[in-house]
Design a protein around this ligand. Structure first.
Ligand code: S3P
Length: 173
């Protein structure tokens, strides 16, 4: 199984970079949040609001597992995919995991309107983002094979860095 999996905080660019990367590698692009929404037949906000975060995490784990049965793709994971221990074990088994690093201020700038991110919705978005990122940073780095700094980098630059790193990883295997 050799997917390319992008992890990192909300707003780090997983989906935007993932789309370009998939194009460059000639692979299918999978957005894990979109998979969850398709499974649930509704939006991320509604799943959180009507069923709670635990239900969202269960659906997210199911969506991740479904990749085991699929040809190699480029996958943009939701920012909280590393919260589950099962997912932390499964991610490296699915393929090469890249952590796209960003700081909380830049993440919020890139997200803009946080209303579609239930964990950052409301007036305390800045402190919530800082606290959540501080909690997850070392987990992202531990799960990933390669960490890529995206601070001040364009989508093209980040994509190039991933392609270069991927060639190195492939040469090592
Ligand atoms: C989440 C990140 C979101 C989405 C959900 C929870 C998180 O995905 O899965 O709102 O816990 O960090 P993005 O990282 O694509 O915004």
């Amino acid at each position: 199984m050799s997917h390319v999996l992008l992890i990192g905080f909300m707003g780090c660019g997983k989906s935007t970079v993932g789309r370009l990367l998939a194009l460059r590698l000639g692979r299918t692009f999978v957005d894990l949040d979109d998979r969850v929404c398709a499974l649930a037949g509704t939006t991320v906000e509604r799943i959180f609001a009507e069923h709670g975060e635990a239900t969202f995490r269960r659906l997210e784990a199911n969506a991740l597992e479904s990749l085991l049965r699929e040809p190699p793709s480029v996958v943009a994971c939701g920012g909280g995919v590393v919260v589950s221990e099962g997912n932390r074990t499964l991610l490296p088994q699915l393929g090469t995991v890249f952590y796209l690093r960003v700081d909380a201020a830049e993440a919020l700038r890139r997200i803009g309107d946080t209303s579609s991110r239930p964990l950052l919705a409301g007036p305390g978005a800045a402190s919530a983002a800082r606290a959540l990122l501080a909690e997850r940073e070392s987990v992202y780095a531990a799960v990933a094979r390669v960490s890529i700094d995206t601070q001040g980098q364009s989508v093209q630059q980040v994509t190039e860095k991933i392609i270069t790193a991927l060639e190195k990883v492939d040469a090592e295997c």
